[in-house]
Write a protein that binds this ligand. Structure first.
Ligand code: AMP
Length: 429
């Protein structure tokens, strides 16, 4: 029997790497220019970090999505299901509160959740994550929203939209949860088991219900934004004022809530219509109190996470909608690359040796056996190279190579130095 990849996981094949890099490079540029330092934390952490870090009503806990296992010492470890808890654990462990405020951190990598697999929902998936620690000003929330939007724009996406809401201060949340408990008490048994569990632990999370029956039951209830206290309302209005001033497009979503328990005040999401039911590209919010909860100082924070697979899905949708043409073999501004074709046995070794030395300057591949010119050029074409260079007895006599431009078809006899120049000169074509 063939061994297949684990359900809900995927390989990122060579042909997909450029798209992945495009997204990750955009994040590195946009977030780096905003002063964020790149951080990498381990994929495994003690499970209790997430149990404390995401809260008992989070889907990850309620729906048992955490992958855990015991190490040999009997401690329970978990594959990280989200970034914030690990990044903040590292922040505390390395005493980053002594650094100038704010501390901005970004990371990307794989996360693991035992999900019901469907389009846009996998068991191993990848996120870009950004956190600003130490600021409680609405300016930080607005910057976070702006940078999420800008990271998506920098990735090449155009049709994404931001949604903005607020879950209020802890006392607003408590009052709102009480309101929901009272309103829903008579119909509680009609809710799905997951929603009943949410009603018990953190009723606000019911607003994220995906079940039609649940949605019907809650649809006429007030949303958190309609029941904010004065301080949270002022904070929200200031976040909006900044975003308006900067021209960041967003719409208000009064019912936005975040999946983790510790969010307060600002909550936001990025969406892209047209990638199916899971249209959220990412989400974020303010989590004052979480750092203290994890054993650090009482410091405020705001952050977000973008799902890389969903961004790639959105980019592919957008490319399909905006261009009829197929993807070019090599993009016009890609650097020149070379494929060496040995036309006789002696040239096989010559091609390999030359390829090794030319790789100091650029991408060079070669055929591993003698080829006739026609087959060799076909190999070159298939490799995606921009140029081919052929060598047989007559080229050996003059110590030259036959260089062919695979786009224009032009062909000329050249020295090895010309091949170096071709690879180093970006505008050689
Ligand atoms: P969350 O960490 O749940 O707030 O999710 C933030 C973003 O990560 C979502 O908007 C998705 O883009 C992405 N995401 C979350 N869970 C998954 C998953 N199971 N598979 C793929 N992407 C996911």
């Amino acid at each position: 029997m063939k061994i297949r990849s684990v359900k809900g996981t995927a390989d990122v094949l060579p042909g997909q790497q450029a798209a992945w890099s495009q997204v990750i490079d955009a994040a590195a540029t946009v977030l780096g220019r905003a002063g964020a330092g790149r951080i990498d934390t381990p994929i495994i952490e003690y499970a209790e970090l997430f149990e404390r870090g995401v809260g008992e009503s989070a889907d990850i806990i309620v729906q048992k999505e955490l992958y855990t296992f015991e190490d040999r010492g009997g401690r329970v470890l978990a594959l990280r299901p989200e970034f914030t808890a690990g990044v903040l654990r590292s922040y505390i462990e390395h005493g980053m509160f002594t650094l100038p405020t704010p501390v901005k951190l970004w990371t990307h990598g794989p996360l693991f959740r035992a999900e019901n697999v469907q389009r846009g929902r996998y068991r191993q998936f990848h996120q870009i994550n950004f956190e600003i620690v130490g600021l409680d000003t609405p300016l930080a929330d607005a910057e976070a929203v702006h940078l999420m939007w800008a990271t998506l724009a920098g990735s090449g996406l155009h049709g994404h939209g931001m949604k903005l809401g607020s879950v209020g201060d802890p006392e607003d949340r408590a009052a709102y949860n009480e309101y929901l408990r009272t309103e829903l008490a008579p119909r509680a048994t009609e809710l799905t088991p997951v929603s009943q569990e949410r009603l018990r632990l953190n009723p606000m999370r019911l607003l994220d219900a995906k079940d039609r029956g649940d949605i019907e039951i809650i649809k006429d209830l007030q949303r958190p934004l309609e029941r904010l206290g004065t301080a949270a309302r002022e904070h929200f209005d200031e976040v909006r004022a900044h975003l308006d001033a900067w021209g960041v497009p967003y719409e208000i979503d009064p019912g936005i809530v975040r999946g983790l328990d510790y969010y307060r005040r600002t909550a936001f999401e990025a969406h892209y219509q047209g990638i199916g039911a899971q249209s959220a590209l990412g989400g974020g919010g303010r989590y004052d109190g979480l750092i203290e909860q994890l054993g650090g100082h009482d410091l405020p924070g705001v952050g977000w996470a973008l799902g890389i697979e969903r961004i790639l899905d959105a980019l592919a949708q957008e490319a399909a909608a905006t261009s009829e043409s197929t993807v070019p073999r090599q993009s016009p501004n890609a650097p020149p690359s070379l494929f060496l074709v040995p036309l006789d046995d002696e040239a096989v070794g010559e091609a390999a040796a030359l390829a090794h030395s030319l790789r100091a300057h650029g991408r060079v591949e070669h055929a591993y056996q003698r080829r006739n010119a026609g087959k060799g050029l076909k190999d070159a074409d298939r490799s995606g190279a921009s140029h081919a260079a052929l060598r047989g007895a007559s080229e050996r006599e003059t110590d030259s190579w036959q260089l062919k431009d695979l786009t224009s078809g032009e062909q000329r006899s050249v020295s090895e130095q010309v091949l170096v120049d071709l690879l180093t000169a970006r505008d050689a074509r």
